[in-house]
Design a protein around this ligand. Structure first.
Ligand code: ADP
Length: 642
């Protein structure tokens, strides 16, 4: 095979550019990423060796070897894992495969932070981070099942291209040779290497070894010391989840979390336990501090990594966690499942169902504990994942109250702060109040000023403000501790105050019938309102109607939404209706009555966040009224001044 030169894909060049100009002070994460890849490559080989006789466990055992060559200025990280063919190397090391890297680039773009290279190190962006410390990287790789010693040599100086060549390698696996920048040569020192490994890679479960120079008594000459090279393991090497909880330091949990999640911040919480009984497994799960950018995408890969007796089977096992807990990252290691477990087996396995139930309960318990004892972190959790968690109310019937108990709301009581729990709400319910009132909308500030709240406010009933797109779907019809959720935008709100008013309602009957006839194309009913106090009117839906927020969302997604006529509610206490009634009783044919009816509908549309039906007509009416109002005022003012 000839030497071939390839150009990197554009996004790789962008990334390399950032990498090279990175001012990030912890450049050693480049070493962490290479070791992490070596460990993944061994995972793959080990898993394949279970079923593929062509792949055998190396005589020396699965191992990662570090070799520093001070004369050449190179640091080599070798593994005896799965290796790459020539084609695989071209594909894997010429494009961006790493999910964390894609996310990183999207993050920079979204936040407009292309000029903040210091973020790179925190993200951990895979193979290419090697170029933070090396000006040239050479990769020598031989596929684990290759019949001969044919291998591939891949090399790049990050100048926009890489070269691949034929190579002869006597064992399978991959050597990554970092030709270090002059000012990064410190990573050739033993103690620096140890430092980096114990800081970032101690959790790697395969031995990371290095030849270390030691002085020993000479066998030949008594009393004389000789220098010899001895292989030494420099990581502790035990899978972190198998270690005793009390021996694990917080930063070890944090580093392990970053390794498996590609997240750049520490997690909010680690949940580590051994489940025994009907099924035996160990879980090490994490609640992240930040939602990944793709958490609402269909392609989002959920579920912890599944291990069976310490062998990684898959990196995301979605059968182990309900989608409403998809933010959870971690590892589950089962002692009971067969090593050759397949997706089909997982989907219908009783053990797996038990595990999933157990994990769900543990995570919800951990959240409840966080809510009780660590309100600051719980608030952060709610901000990031409340929207995901609440999906569980809809999907997990048996646990819906437990989940609802973990939600924080803003309301007429808390204002914009998102701090109210449903128990707080119930504790604050007034005598005679039987329902939990909520309102949906995009902005809490706008909702807080809404006329829909007037009568409830007067009675000091708390109203929850819900701003998530799915809220009406989740809470419409939901009951918490026997209290029904009721949208104040829909259905009839019958507070006591309407009782007494209803007595005088009949006097408006005829006017209402008149308005109904005029507006019949646009509204399905005109009725007296129980929810208004100061405003003249508002539009509401029927109990079973789509929520206005939902309606808008579906429309924006291009879905056809059946036209739903709304109900126009009028406030008989507002003076406009006394005036209209007088006009109506005098001469019901005057055009003003029709104009006013339409103007009232337009106002109600505006208050509901919609456009007036005919904005030009609305503006014309309004100007006319303003002119009339001004005329009435002018002569009097003239009189005052003259
Ligand atoms: P990721 O490891 O997240 O996929 P990287 O950028 O770190 O992304 O690596 C890209 C790809 O290169 C890997 O997916 C893998 O296919 C290949 N690769 C990297 N290092 C090794 C290695 N030591 N052995 C085998 N393949 C490797």
């Amino acid at each position: 095979m000839p030497t071939e030169k390839y150009s990197f894909k554009t996004e790789v060049n962008q990334l390399l550019d950032l990498m090279i100009h990175s001012l990030y002070s912890h450049k050693e994460v480049g070493i962490r990423e290479i070791i992490s890849n070596a460990s993944d490559a061994i995972d793959k080989a080990r898993y394949e060796s279970l079923t593929n006789p062509e792949i055998v466990v190396p005589k020396e055992g699965w191992k990662i070897r570090i070799h520093a060559d001070k004369d050449a200025g190179t640091l080599m990280i070798s593994d005896n894992g799965i290796g790459m063919t020539r084609e695989e190397a071209i594909e894997a090391l010429g494009t961006i495969a790493h999910s964390g890297t894609k996310e990183f680039l999207a993050f920079l773009k979204e936040k407009n932070m292309e000029n903040s290279p210091d973020l790179i190190g925190q993200f951990g962006v895979g193979f290419y981070s090697a170029f933070m410390i090396a000006n040239k990287v050479t990769v020598l790789s031989r596929k684990a099942n290759s019949k001969d010693d044919t291998a591939v040599k891949w090399e790049s100086t990050a100048d926009g291209s890489f070269v691949v060549d034929h190579f002869v390698k006597d064992s399978s696996g991959t050597d990554i040779i970092l030709h270090l920048h002059d000012d990064e040569k410190k990573y050739l020192d033993d103690w620096q290497i140890r430092n980096v490994i114990s800081k970032y890679s101690d959790y790697i479960e395969y031995p990371i070894v290095m030849d270390v120079e030691r002085e020993e008594d000479s066998a030949l000459e008594k009393g004389k010391k000789v220098k010899i090279l001895k292989e030494e393991q420099i990581n502790s090497g035990k899978a972190i989840w198998l270690r005793d909880r009390s021996d694990i330091k917080e930063n070890e949990y944090n580093e392990f979390y970053k390794h498996i999640s590609h997240d750049f911040s520490d997690p909010l919480k680690a949940i580590h336990y051994h489940a025994e009984g009907t099924t035996d497994f160990i879980s090490l799960l994490f609640i992240p501090a930040h939602a990944p950018l793709d958490i609402f995408y269909k392609e989002f890969r959920l579920g912890p990594a599944l291990y069976v007796k310490k062998v990684q089977i898959m990196d995301h096992c979605e059968e182990l966690i309900p989608p409403y807990l998809r933010f959870i990252r971690g590892v589950v290691d089962s002692s009971d499942l067969p090593l050759n477990v397949s997706r089909e087996i997982l989907q219908n396995n009783r053990q797996v169902t038990i595990m999933k139930n157990n994990i769900t309960r543990k995570v919800l318990d951990a959240l409840a504990e966080m809510k009780m004892n660590d309100s600051e972190n719980f608030l952060a959790f709610s901000r990031e994942f409340g929207r995901v968690l609440k999906e569980g109310i809809h999907y997990d019937h048996a646990r819906k109250e437990v989940i609802a108990d973990l939600l924080l709301f803003s309301s007429t009581t808390s204002g914009e702060a998102v701090t109210r729990t449903l128990d707080d709400y119930i504790a604050g319910m007034k005598d005679g109040q039987s329902d939990i009132y909520y309102m949906t909308g995009t902005s809490i500030r706008e909702m807080a000023d809404s006329p829909y709240l007037e009568a409830l406010r007067e009675k000091e009933y708390e109203v929850l403000f819900l701003t998530d797109d799915i809220d009406d779907l989740i809470f419409g019809g939901f009951e918490y501790k026997g209290k029904k959720f009721k949208s104040i935008l829909k259905g009839d709100i019958t507070l006591d105050r309407t009782g007494e008013k209803r007595k005088s309602a009949e006097q408006f009957d005829k006017l209402i019938d008149f308005m109904k006839a005029i507006l019949s194309d646009d509204v399905k009913e005109v009725r007296l309102s129980g929810r208004l106090k100061d405003s003249p009117c508002c539009l509401v839906g029927d109990e079973g109607d789509l929520d206005p927020r939902m309606e808008k969302m579906l429309k924006s997604m291009g879905q056809e939404v059946p036209v739903q006529k709304k109900i126009l509610e009028i406030n008989p206490e507002h003076p406009i209706f006394t005036s209209m009634k007088e006009l109506f009783e005098g001469d019901k044919s005057i055009p003003l009555l029709e104009e006013y009816s339409r103007l009232l509908l337009d106002q109600a549309l505006l208050l509901a966040g919609s456009r007036p039906k005919d904005p030009a007509r609305f503006s014309r009416y309004l100007s006319q009224l303003m002119v009339q109002g001004a005329r009435r005022k002018l002569p009097a003012e003239h009189g005052d001044t003259t």
